[in-house]
Design a protein around this ligand. Structure first.
Ligand SMILES: C[C@H](N)C(=O)N[C@@H](CCCCN)C(=O)O
Length: 450
């Protein structure tokens, strides 16, 4: 008997569902990156140090790692479903960003400290940490939503487009942050992010209505789903070598991209002499490249496959980029821009292959937990690496001071990133070997008919 058509069989409806949840994520990425270009201004205007900035940046992952919030989020997603988890995640993002804004604007003494950090820095970091829980849990929720609507259809393309739209959020954040801060105040970019998040919260509630309708049509009550989470699943995920290789590749690769981008505006100003108004836009170029290329590679992967090889290629490109950034005698701004574009290509190749690969290694009922565990391990890097780089900058890289902000030599930090990129290439190679051995099908296309 032929199955009845449901909402997900309508091209228009399933792509609209994607568009709606992608907007929530776009707002999340905007807020995630909005502070990065402000590093030098934060030093000059609010007396932040590089260590403060590294602490703040790493705070995004602090609760996810040390209170296992991502793990609880993943368990909640598989146990209580998409709608409840997504709504809570969106609310956390709004609340966290409001607290971050308060930490930057309230008249808090710059002398008083909390756990060794200035109170304002601590409060902004606490807010960013709560935002980080919401953003990561929203990330796994949206991934599961895409798998739900697009499994057996344009899965790679859909994941690629969602990531691409998220990159628009990042790119806009990198471009508008400094001009906005200069025209109004240093906290204005965060306020704009807060407004976008509130709209993203509303759009997620709209999606929840569509989700409920689909479940009704497919006779799929999330609470009674046969795919209900069990702790046995966690064990099964953890003993799968594919899980460890993807998780390791993810933490190493992303540690070379997101934390690097957070410091990249300053690298552009200090090493390549790029004006501060433009530096953020250039640091955001990988997001712009990924915006165009991630869906293109997603379509290629859907039709042709070669996912494991593509991940190796992306990791290899990253080694070249970071190594050239590290070389102290290459200071031409054109080189800096070209490297950012190459980084953008690598940043499209690896995610467009990596995220759909997870759906090939694990069954649907384990996806929420599997993505949560991978994001959890990734967050260890997203917490540790900015802290490490901030500490290295303060202790080994200060070469001067201008307008109350330090000048830094980025050679050591860039060699640190090169080391992580090299490790990510080795892991990508091991993943390809494991794919052959265990037959995950990572080199196979995502779709049968193209
Ligand atoms: C930061 C977040 N944990 C992350 O890894 N985001 C990915 C996108 C994951 C999408 C999975 N469908 C990114 O590349 O931004």
């Amino acid at each position: 008997m032929e199955k009845e058509r449901t909402l997900r069989d309508s091209v228009l409806v399933r792509w609209s569902a994607l568009g709606i949840v992608a907007f929530t994520m776009m707002a999340a990425y905007f807020v995630n990156d909005i502070m990065a270009p402000l590093k030098t201004m934060l030093e000059a205007n609010l007396d932040w140090t590089s260590r403060d900035f590294g602490f703040f940046t790493g705070a995004y992952s602090f609760l996810n790692v040390f209170l296992l919030m991502l793990i609880w989020g993943g368990l909640m997603l598989d146990r209580f479903g998409i709608r409840l988890t997504g709504k809570i995640a969106a609310i956390l993002m709004v609340f966290g960003t409001a607290l971050q804004y308060y930490g930057m604007t309230a008249n808090i003494s710059t002398e008083a400290t909390f756990f060794g950090y200035k109170q304002g820095v601590f409060m902004a970091a606490a807010g960013y940490s709560i935002f980080g829980v919401g953003a990561e849990v929203a990330g796994i929720t949206v991934t599961k939503i895409i798998a739900k609507w697009f499994k057996g259809k344009e899965l790679g393309t859909a994941m690629g487009i969602q990531v691409a739209l998220a990159r628009i959020g990042s790119q806009v954040a990198y471009s508008v942050s400094i001009p906005l801060a200069k025209s109004f105040s240093i906290s204005t970019p965060v306020l704009l992010g807060l407004v976008l998040l509130v709209v993203g919260l509303v759009t997620f509630f709209i999606y929840a209505v569509m989700d409920r309708k689909l479940d009704k049509q497919e006779d799929y009550a999330e609470e009674e789903d046969e795919s209900k989470f069990s702790f046995k699943d966690v064990k099964n995920i953890l003993i799968n070598p594919g899980f460890w290789l993807i998780a390791l590749l993810c933490v190493l690769f992303y540690s070379c991209v997101f934390p690097f981008q957070k410091f990249a505006s300053e690298l552009m100003i200090n090493k390549y002499g790029i004006s501060d108004n433009l530096a953020g836009t250039i640091a955001g170029l990988p997001a712009l490249g990924a915006l165009i290329l991630t869906p293109v590679f997603g379509i290629y992967l859907d039709c042709k496959g070669k996912g494991a090889s593509i991940m190796m290629l992306g990791a290899a490109m990253l080694i070249g980029v970071h190594c050239i950034y590290a070389l102290p005698f290459i200071t031409n701004y054109l080189v800096a821009i070209i490297l950012m574009i190459i980084l953008g290509i690598a940043f499209s190749l690896v995610p467009s292959a990596m995220w759909p690969s997870v759906t090939k290694i694990f069954p649907a009922r384990q996806l929420g937990t599997a993505y949560a565990l991978i994001f959890f391990i990734q967050n260890i890097g997203l917490w540790g690496v900015p802290n490490l780089i901030g500490w290295v900058l303060d202790n080994y890289c200060v070469v001067g001071n201008e307008n109350n902000a330090n000048l830094y030599d980025y050679t050591i930090p860039m060699f640190v990133f090169t080391g992580f990129a090299t490790l990510s290439f080795i892991v990508a190679y091991l993943l390809k070997v494991a794919d052959k051995k265990y037959g995950y099908g990572l080199e196979k296309p995502n779709m049968k008919d193209c």
